[in-house]
Write a protein of this length. Structure first.
Lengths: 363, 724
């Protein structure tokens, strides 16, 4: 559909609303055909950034480039972008067909071409047969599809998504995000996607920009941001994590020896010696009841504070000398361990990461 | 980029400049045109050049932003020159001047959008400038003329008229013949009473909180003021006391009716809504006319029933009763909304927290009602202060501010004195209006969630229900008596003396009244369309766009709503009686008066409708390549059309029922129905007045009915605001 995908570049974008700073020096590039997600809690500036790309907000500073052209001063209707709104923003007085045909009609395309474009967009989104319905007579999922079809009918170079799935129930949300990703890849459209749902972001993105308080904390692939978080905020916001004070005691080429309380772990991250924060994912920790005698070599002793049964796994909060550790462990044969049980924790290096000094900002 | 729009507007301006007469009353081409003036004054040369520049910029291959900036300069300078020329020459403006100015202003607005100085493009730029000019000329300028006339005589600043008017006994005299003591003593007594009331809770053993002290100060001050007013006389005192008394009485009645409306178990409940619609279609003074039938010297009640021959009801008492009858529905409409939105779940929550009925009233119901009560009180006080017909008909010669404005100019031929009265009245009303806006801002917490709660409102206790219903029955009976006597009055020879049936009054109407009624309807209809459109445009611009001067535009539009008709009337006379903007004696000034009286109604219904439309619809439209005019045409206007039509009908009704402003502006050959009714009533032709008033009320009822229907269908499908 898109003849040649374009690049979207944000250069030092800032937006102030009175005294509040919604976006603070945002710079990033969405590569042609890429789906880049702006992920963060509400109020982090992700929607403001998206609306600046759309032209719905004027940045206080910075430039926006789409396909090599500076569009910063252009109004929304003069930009080659389409947007899917959180509220869908379907025109209530128009039918499904008229909603999807709205853009081509504004551009005064010939009637036959309009019919073809609408039919194509409706086919892509699986809405054939609903042309004459009013938006109010559709289910939430169908309304969402109409919003997507309407955005696609103009064959835009850039597609913007503002939390498009947040009004759907959990199951439908999962299916729709797969559909959106498939469609975007098939059409090769450059897409900027805003969400606060980290699972959604991990599932559909080529790259993710994790934002907080108007700034980008980390920009990288899903694996990057999950396994090598740049800041404590990123580690905390994406997935679950416990943070333990630690110290790098030695370094050799590709790995570091890290002391955590009484034990020493080996991590594949050559950090400089000195104090660090150890990020521990719950699934990286194995739990076993303490037995008489000393703990195993890399076993951290602790006591279970809370225990919850989740069907597939047991979830524990374990108090240790270096701080609380969240643990997610496949249930052992003898079932859930009770609160108060003394345990040993052992760590698999795959779910560990280091935050260097200053890496705790934004937490 | 297309620059077609500037070229078209410049072409229109040039055509008007070269072909149409610049001033009215001058004819003959080409001598009367603006082009001919160019031989005599440089300003006209400038106007012509600015228009040519617009044409060139529209047709030429210029850069968009660059051309936009030059357009702003050319259009701005050109329209300023055109306005200046109109004022300087002092000849009433003609089609040439009008169209040239209009197109130059539009060119400047198109330039603003093109240069990116206003977001939203040329349409928004031109609309902002156009709306500002209209509001400036026909709302702000007349009010400024009132201010000017009150402090300047013959072009020189002086406090003469101000001092003379304010010190005259008609305005305020701190003495009263009926009181044996000096007014100061009465004021002191009032202050002491306030002190006693305010300090009672403190003496009762509660700790003096900040709120209690504020209340104390307020009560003492209020007591002193009321005491002072009671011991005085004059227009200021009369108007203030009247407004206060009518405000309190109408608010109390309105609250009683609102409680019945939401929580009564009696069938009379259903009569509340239709009764509240009556004042909308009835000029306020028409009730005063009916009042004379019932309580006048030969009134059915005072004379016929009680055998009295009394003029007691001519004066403040009669005015007060007539106003309470007319304005209680306003208080009811405000309070009905508040009482209905009282969340029953809140009361249930308080009850589960062990609140007794008394505590419930004190801690939950009253704090939620208070802003609504203050709002209703202030609105009624504003209406009472601004009311003109009732004090004139029933005042019995007692001075009131609104009537003195009129009498000063029509009786004493002193525009400066009239201006001072107008200024005082405007100041009072504006102060109340701003107070009311503050309260209104606070009212919003009453609705809290907007989610219908499961709780059912607790019905009123039976005794209270019966008592309030009794009150309502008395009010309704009186209203029916008034309307009944009005309709009957048109069919009897001389009310109170000769009660034989006659059709003479209606036959008389065929020549004297009916043409005027139809002409009034025609002018009101001509005015209602631009009024509703301009009102919607201003509502759209101020709620959906940010631009320099937005607050000023909003405030000026507010002025047109708040300013009492008499003040606007004297303002129009002062502003449009001579010079380049002379309009008096024409039908145009009546249409303009109607238009800017109706415009605030259009603004309010536009704002209410726009508030229901999720802004993302417009954003979605703009991302689908639609510019502002296309979005308005394809999305907003279809969605607000019912509100637009309702607003239009209300503008029409407001124009047809108003009297206070247009009474200054009618001229031989351009008479209006309300003014005619009032003057017939004043000169004793009650029968004919009643007949015409009946026709007017019936006619407006026929207009109002579809308006109400439309208003009720205004809800949009919920998908418009689905989610976030």
């Amino acid at each position: 559909m898109a003849d040649e995908a374009v690049r979207v570049v944000l250069e030092g974008i800032a937006k102030r609303f009175g005294a509040t700073i919604a976006a603070d020096d945002i710079s990033l590039a969405v590569e042609p055909g890429e789906l880049l997600t702006l992920l963060g809690p509400s109020g982090c500036g992700k929607t403001t950034t998206l609306r600046i790309v759309a032209g719905l907000e004027v940045p206080s500073a910075g430039r926006v480039w789409i396909g090599g052209a500076d569009v910063t001063d252009l109004p929304p209707h003069a930009r080659d972008v389409s947007m899917v709104f959180q509220s869908y923003a379907l025109f209530p007085h128009l039918t499904v067909f008229e909603n999807v045909a709205y853009g081509p009609r504004i551009l005064r395309r010939p009637a036959a071409e309009i019919r073809r474009a609408v039919a194509e967009a409706l086919a892509l989104t699986g809405l054939e047969g609903l042309e004459d319905r009013a938006p109010a007579a559709l289910s939430g999922g169908q309304q969402q599809r109409v919003a997507l079809a309407r955005a696609l009918a103009l064959r835009p170079k850039v597609l913007l998504f503002d939390e498009p799935l947040s009004n759907l129930d959990a199951k439908l949300r999962k299916r729709m995000r797969g559909d959106i990703r498939l469609l975007q890849q098939r059409l090769g459209i450059t897409a900027l996607y805003v969400t606060h749902d980290q699972a959604e972001a991990l599932a559909i993105s080529d790259r993710i920009a994790v934002m907080d308080r108007g700034r980008i904390h980390q920009l990288g692939t899903a694996t990057d941001v999950y396994t090598r978080p740049a800041t404590r905020f990123v580690a905390d916001f994406i997935g679950e994590a416990s943070f333990l004070p630690a110290r790098v005691v030695a370094r050799d080429g590709t790995a570091a020896r890290v002391a955590v309380g009484p034990i020493t772990l080996s991590l594949g991250d050559p950090a400089a010696p000195g104090p660090v924060t150890l990020v521990v994912r719950p699934e990286a920790v194995a739990i076993q009841p303490a037995r008489p005698g000393p703990p195993p070599a890399a076993g951290l002793p602790g006591r279970i504070e809370r225990a919850a049964y989740l069907g597939g796994a047991g979830e524990y909060l374990v108090a240790t000398d270096v701080g609380p550790v969240a643990v997610s462990d496949a249930l052992m044969a003898d079932g859930l361990l009770a609160a108060g049980t003394a345990v040993w924790l052992t760590f698999s290096p795959r779910g560990l990461a280091l935050l260097r000094e200053g890496g705790s900002e934004g937490a | 980029m297309r620059h077609a729009a500037p070229a078209w507007w410049a072409g229109l301006g040039l055509a008007a400049f070269a072909l149409a007469p610049w001033a009215r009353g001058v004819s003959g081409w080409p001598g009367s045109t603006g082009l001919a003036l160019a031989g005599r004054t440089w300003a006209a040369v400038g106007i012509g050049l600015a228009l040519l520049a617009g044409l060139g910029l529209g047709l030429g291959p210029w850069g968009r932003v660059q051309a936009g900036r030059i357009l702003v300069a050319a259009g701005g300078v050109g329209s300023a020159l055109a306005l200046g020329l109109v004022f300087a020459r002092g000849e009433p403006f003609g089609a040439g001047a009008l169209l040239s100015t209009l197109s130059l202003l539009t060119l400047a607005g198109l330039g603003l959008g093109q240069a990116g100085l206003v977001r939203g493009g040329g349409f928004v730029g031109a609309a902002i400038l156009g709306a500002s000019l209209l509001v400036g000329l026909f709302v702000v300028y007349p009010l400024a003329a009132v201010l000017h006339a009150s402090v300047a005589v013959g072009g020189r600043l002086t406090t003469g008229p101000l001092v003379k008017t304010v010190t005259s006994p008609v305005f305020l005299l701190l003495a009263h013949e009926a009181l044996p003591v000096a007014p100061g003593v009465v004021a002191l007594a009032g202050a002491v009473l306030g002190l006693a009331l305010g300090s009672a809770p403190v003496l009762a053993g509660r700790r003096p909180t900040g709120a209690a002290i504020r209340r104390l100060v307020l009560l003492v001050g209020g007591g002193a003021l009321v005491g002072l007013l009671l011991g005085a006389r004059g227009a200021l005192r009369n108007s203030l006391l009247l407004a206060g008394a009518v405000g309190v009485a109408s608010t109390a009645l309105g609250l009683a009716f609102a409680l019945l409306d939401a929580r009564s178990r009696l069938p009379t409940r259903r009569w509340l809504a239709p009764l509240s619609a009556l004042p909308i279609i009835t000029p306020a003074f028409v009730l005063g006319l009916a009042f004379i039938y019932l309580f006048g010297r030969r009134g059915s009640v005072t004379h016929g029933l009680l055998g009295l021959d009394t003029g007691a009801f001519f004066g403040p008492l009669g005015v007060a009763v007539a106003q309470v009858m007319a304005f209680t529905p306003i208080a009811f409409l405000v309070l009905a909304g508040v009482v209905r939105s009282l969340d029953a779940a809140l009361e249930e929550a308080a009850q589960t927290l062990r609140a007794t009925p008394g505590a419930l009233l004190r801690t939950v119901t009253w704090p939620l009602l208070r802003p609504g009560l203050a709002n209703a009180l202030l609105l009624v006080m504003i209406e009472s202060l601004a009311d003109f017909g009732n004090p004139l008909l029933l005042g019995g010669g007692v001075p009131f501010l609104s009537t003195e404005v009129f009498l000063a100019i029509e009786g004493r031929f002193d525009p400066h004195e009239a201006a001072v009265y107008g200024l005082v009245l405007l100041t009072l009303v504006l102060a109340l209006f701003l107070l009311q806006r503050r309260w209104l801002g606070d009212v919003s917490f009453v609705t809290i969630t907007g989610r219908p709660s499961g709780g059912r409102p607790v019905p009123l206790p039976r005794a209270l229900d019966a008592g309030l219903t009794g009150l309502f029955v008395v009010y309704a009976a009186l209203a029916m008596l008034l309307y009944g006597s009005l309709f009957l009055g048109g069919f009897v020879r001389v009310w109170g003396i000769d009660h034989r049936f006659t059709l003479d009054h209606y036959r008389g109407l065929a020549t004297a009244g009916l043409p005027v009624l139809l002409e009034t309807a025609r002018l009101a209809a001509v005015a209602a369309i631009p009024a509703a459109l301009l009102g919607f445009l201003i509502a759209y611009l101020t709620t959906r766009h940010r631009f320099a001067g937005r607050t000023a535009l909003e405030f000026s539009a507010l002025l047109s709503y708040a300013a009492p008709g008499t003040v606007m009337g004297i303002g129009y006379i002062l502003a449009f009686n001579q010079g380049g903007l002379r309009l008096t004696g024409t039908a145009a000034i009546l249409v303009l008066a109607f238009m800017f009286r109706g415009m605030p109604v259009g603004i309010r219904s536009g704002m209410a409708a726009l508030a229901q439309i999720d802004r993302t619809l417009e954003e979605a439209s703009s991302l689908l390549r639609a510019d502002v005019p296309a979005t308005l045409r394809r999305v907003l206007v279809p969605l607000v059309l019912p509100a637009l039509v309702t607003g239009l009908l209300y503008c029409f009704i407001r124009a047809m029922t108003g009297v206070s402003q247009v009474i200054f502006l009618v001229s031989p050959g351009h008479d209006l129905a309300t003014v005619l009714i009032l003057s017939w009533a004043e000169y004793g032709h009650l029968g004919r007045g009643a007949a015409l008033a009946s026709l007017l009320v019936l006619f407006l009822a026929a207009v109002l009915l579809p308006a109400e229907r439309l208003g009720r269908r205004r809800r949009l499908p919920s998908v418009a605001a689905g989610g976030g």
